[in-house]
Design a protein around this ligand. Structure first.
Ligand SMILES: [Fe+2]
Ligand SMILES: [Fe+2]
Length: 326
């Protein structure tokens, strides 16, 4: 074993671990310079980078409709929404970088298929009603998932989530408002909305991940204060929140087992097709290949921007070094 001047004395790790545990137990934040267990760091890097990838890949299904938005107003709203998602990706890559990884490397992992992103973005958006339904259901599910993350134990992640959640809430409302307008329109428009709800409902429920019994990492993540609620609790919350909104909108949620359970004070609902989720996560969803190919092409096309920014930064550094020497 080599020795260095910085090497910790025997027992130091235990003391650090105890201090870390005490801070988690007291609901205090862990910051990038604080000592943290390696497994905590690795879990956070995985979770934050997958979250960042989801924001960036998530620009694609709705981005497909920017050029053919039905009005200038709808185009402006959609552009702003998709641009927000790019911003979310950037905050999250920046939060991941505080854990000692490089965002260029994270992007490589995404485009080489070594890291995942949310399964929901592997479904196609087939009509403009999908823009509304994605805002209402997908951003709605994201809000359920992400509001508790504002209290997650790692400081930079929690702080990024505060701003992201504010914007997600705008996304959800714009989606719902679009659907309201369509439901006041023609019979054809109402059919488009119902069709989009039928296609997106089950994938939205799958956004919360597998059932708790099949989610082996949940307990450890909850002990570390990274995860606050279980997948099933969040899914239940989403269903209870969405049912009255669907009624007001005048659409039917495509689940014959969906019914209010007065005893539990919550809705009962059917089981999503977990095999479908497994398939989509493992790369066999309807749009997996296209999403990643497009992301790779965008990354390659952007190489000149990264090169120019690096050259500019080097030039600026040289200039300030010369000025300091003069
Ligand atoms: Fe987002
Ligand atoms: Fe969003």
């Amino acid at each position: 074993m080599s020795t260095t001047a910085q090497e910790a004395p025997p027992g130091a790790d235990e003391a650090l671990q105890a201090e870390f545990d005490a801070r988690i137990a007291a609901n205090q934040r862990i910051e990038p310079r604080d000592w943290m267990p390696e497994a905590y760091r690795r879990t956070l890097i995985r979770q934050i980078s997958q979250h960042a990838h989801s924001e960036i890949i998530g620009m694609q299904p709705e981005g497909d409709w920017i050029a053919t938005a039905p009005s200038l107003r709808r185009k402006a709203i959609l552009l702003a929404k998709v641009q927000d998602e790019a911003g979310h990706g950037l905050y999250l890559y920046a939060a991941a970088e505080t854990l000692g990884v490089d965002r260029g490397d994270l992007t490589e992992r995404l485009i080489e298929g070594r890291q995942k992103y949310s399964s929901i973005f592997n479904y196609p958006s087939l009509s403009y009603a999908d823009v509304g339904v994605i805002g209402w259901l997908v951003d709605g599910a994201a809000i359920c998932n992400q509001v508790p993350l504002c209290r997650t134990s790692f400081g930079p992640y929690a702080r990024a989530m505060v701003r992201i959640c504010k914007e997600e809430s705008f996304h959800q409302r714009q989606g719902y408002e679009l659907l309201m307008r369509m439901m006041e329109g023609t019979e054809g428009q109402r059919k488009m909305v119902q069709d989009a709800v039928d296609r997106w409902w089950w994938p939205s429920l799958m956004m919360f991940g597998p059932p708790d019994a099949d989610s082996p990492n949940t307990r450890q993540s909850m002990t570390w204060g990274i995860k606050i609620d279980t997948n099933d609790d969040l899914r239940q919350k989403f269903v209870d929140m969405t049912v009255p909104q669907a009624e007001k909108l005048g659409v039917t949620l495509p689940d014959p087992e969906l019914v209010w359970n007065a005893e539990r004070g919550q809705h009962d609902f059917g089981e999503p097709d977990w095999n479908e989720l497994k398939q989509v996560i493992s790369g066999a969803g309807p749009k997996n290949a296209e999403r990643v190919t497009r992301r790779r092409a965008a990354h390659e096309k952007g190489a000149w921007v990264r090169e120019a920014a690096t050259a500019y930064a080097e030039k600026q550094q040289k200039k300030s070094a010369q000025e300091a020497a003069a």
